[in-house]
Write a protein that binds this ligand. Structure first.
Ligand SMILES: [Zn+2]
Length: 123
């Protein structure tokens, strides 16, 4: 018995030896599956297998979904921002206890706040 790839049968249309694994005759573009010649392109449709498999593609575009369902909140960044704000508050509080007004803690607090928002926005 011959391996499948080398078995041939004559093309029903042009009578050329046609490998049985081929669904389309390379000489006359007769399609065994369709039972007739393919259209005027001259080539069998290469990749696009007709219609089937479309439902699978419908579920694909997930990246564009809304912030609510697919937000990429960066908890590490938020934690860093919260830590900055806490540190600023403690620093500022200690300064007040010691009677010293530090300038930097409020700035650090703002930076921490901004960092927090950045984390929320997913930057
Ligand atoms: Zn043929």
């Amino acid at each position: 018995m011959l391996p499948e790839a080398t078995q041939t049968q004559p093309c029903p249309l042009c009578k050329q030896p046609l490998p049985v694994v081929k669904t389309v005759c390379p000489y006359c573009q007769y399609s065994k599956r369709l039972g007739k010649k393919l259209g005027s392109t001259g080539f069998p449709p290469p990749v696009s297998k007709p219609v089937q498999g479309k439902p699978f593609q419908a579920a694909k575009p997930r990246k564009r979904s809304s912030l609510m369902t697919d937000s990429k909140i960066d908890w590490g960044t938020i934690a860093a921002g919260v830590a900055m704000m806490l540190g600023a508050v403690i620093w500022f509080g200690l300064g007040l206890l010691l009677g010293i007004l530090f300038y930097y803690p409020p700035v650090l607090f703002i930076i921490g706040l901004v960092t927090c928002f950045k984390g929320l926005a997913g930057y």
